[in-house]
Design a protein around this ligand. Sequence first.
Ligand SMILES: C[S@@+](CC[C@H](N)C(=O)[O-])C[C@H]1O[C@@H](n2cnc3c(N)ncnc32)[C@H](O)[C@@H]1O
Length: 258
Amino acid sequence: MDLVDEISKKREFSCLPKSVIERVLSLVDVSLCEKDKIREARIILRKYFGVFLTNKVVKPKDVFNYNSVLLSHKSSQKRDYNIFYDMVRSNFGFDDNFKLNFIDLGSGVNGFSYPYLKNIFGNVFYRGVEASKFVVDNTNLFFKRSGYSENCACVWGDLFDENLVFGILRGVEKNRVVFLFQVIDALENLERDFSKDFFLRLKNDCELILVSLPLLSLCGKKRFEVRRKWILDFFRDNFVVLNSCEMFGELFIFLKCT
Ligand SMILES: C[S@@+](CC[C@H](N)C(=O)[O-])C[C@H]1O[C@@H](n2cnc3c(N)ncnc32)[C@H](O)[C@@H]1O
């Protein structure tokens, strides 16, 4: 039995790159029988992806109602994007003559906030990378029908695919701003310490990074103090930390690559 195919049979996981499912399978106890391996892998996938891939997110009623799509996703629903992108501008110290290119890794439905991004930064380049094919297709449909396709696209893929991620970054002109909102936990849970190497590599292929970490766990309780400490220390040692602030239940950290 091909376990990856078997796991992908569940509709909610059929939209994920095979490499994501393979990685999750590699975390499962090898001594389990095939049926239990499939069950365990699905539990892990549900934990890290399922919670963001609800029906409302993957099948929005109206893909052009960008506010309702943003409200449907656990990660974006608390953000006031006018305030948010204004805060991004002031923290990175941009003026109107500065042409920026945004690359949003693990973008979720964040591409639907492009009208707000455009309001603050003008007709900027936006490239999302996201594991859910459903979300990617919806985002691209929104870009196409709203006339944003010239500058905007969302790419389906796995952030562990270095050729894909760094290939995209190298193809983008300088003044690249990488967004990594609420994705570090997903990456770390699939491969411990992955993010350290990832950030060090990112340093060579972008100029600015904005990271966000959730202040609360998904169930709304536990704080991530310990995990946050190592990552904040790591940022201080390897980047210029321009600022950090708490907003919308997230800790945002503004990094300059030197
Ligand atoms: C917590 S959500 C955050 C979404 C968005 N960054 C935001 O804050 O609005 C994490 C997103 O990362 C995506 N993701 C997780 N692991 C990924 C991977 N290996 N490759 C691509 N996307 C991934 C998930 O599908 C999900 O949409």
